[in-house]
Design a protein around this ligand. Sequence first.
Ligand SMILES: *Cc1c(COP(=O)(O)O)cnc(C)c1O
Length: 448
Amino acid sequence: MNELRKIPSVDWLLQTAEVRDLLQEYGAPLAVSAVRDCLDRYRVKLKKDQSAFDLSAYFGMVKEELEGISRYNLKPVINATGVILHTNLGRAVLSDEAQDRLARVSKAYSSLEYDLETGTRGSRSVHADRMLCELTGAEASLVVNNNAAAVLLALTVLAKGKRVIISRGQLVEIGGGFRVPEVMKVSGAKLVEVGTTNRVRLEDYAEELQNGASVVMRAHPSNFKITGFTEQPELKALVELTHENSAYFIDDIGSGALINTVPFGLSEEPLVQESVQAGADIVCFSGDKLLGGPQAGILVGKKELIARLKKHPLARAIRADKLCLAGLEATLRHYLKGEAVEKIPIWRMISLSAEEIRLRVTRWQQALGTGEVAAEYSTIGGGSLPGEILPTYVLVITVKQPVKALAKLRQNNPPIIGRVKDDRLFFDARTVLESEDQQLLDGIRKIT
Ligand SMILES: *Cc1c(COP(=O)(O)O)cnc(C)c1O
């Protein structure tokens, strides 16, 4: 009990040089609360093991506590899974130019909503607009927080209280709880299902359009595939039928590909420009899937309708921020300049040949002096191109406890995300950035 009396007071501790340094480094609120919390914990410990108060041990404890608290929670990781658009790992990696625009726009004031020509209030929706219209052939555009928000906005404005037709095969759930029927309910639209899971015909739509539906919606089943006995009407024919019945056509294409995926050995993903061409009134897609930009929801379509969307209060609630717009503008520029495949990381990853990857994995293996080089498959992920795979090569490492090793790699700085298959560790080079090679190898060395 005696020893407890020798514990210094918080006020006294706050005057010591050590704590004053910590106050300087971490800021007063955080440091003072760490001083208090650690003192409480230390007191309990002293009582338990009847030991004397050791000032330097106590300072060590406070320091450790502060380091732990201030360590960033959101941090870069090395993606060695081979899943290119890994939703849990932040989807698309931005191009150098996009990163640079983001940094520049964040370091200073910007022309976010300021018209530099007239010196008056401007609109944040102008920045990407010209490029989006040029690239997609649409009359107008609007950028919001994400595609889920884009779909919600389009349905709220065009279909609230009205009937919306959708094929049963498109009542999909995208990762993270985005379910088409639920989004419809939130928007106030009345869902009208047509066709069956695998087949829907033009006549199915025609019947419901004649029954007074106001909107036809198409949702791209991004993360699964129905194969075999299937049928759907041609997009163009469906849009024409919709317009003949004075209804609007909303096309949620999900991934937002602007370039053809077929030459890369992948199956066909709907192109934004094809939907616009087919006459869709509103086309919605993500900014951070196959577009390869920042998280965003992009709506392109008819001028009059986009203008209506912009005026709705919901548009204000889900608007894109300046960092997103800066990154998006830079990403879109790559497409306009015809350099998307070389400059946008996800496209570079998609276009890597298995042979290029094999050479790189072989270099890893030689540097480590261990492991095997094996053929495997990478996937697109992010709810794009379901079931599509790209031949790749992986470094295979055999360890005694692979699951434990994987956990240890996650604690690495930076964390390394690999996968276990057949009790061995797999590292796919396709999704590891060139600049991360050294860090990856250093991390692997620690577990072998
Ligand atoms: C991914 C996806 C969404 C959701 O987009 P987010 O940008 O993740 O909000 C909506 N619809 C479809 C068809 C999708 O593929």
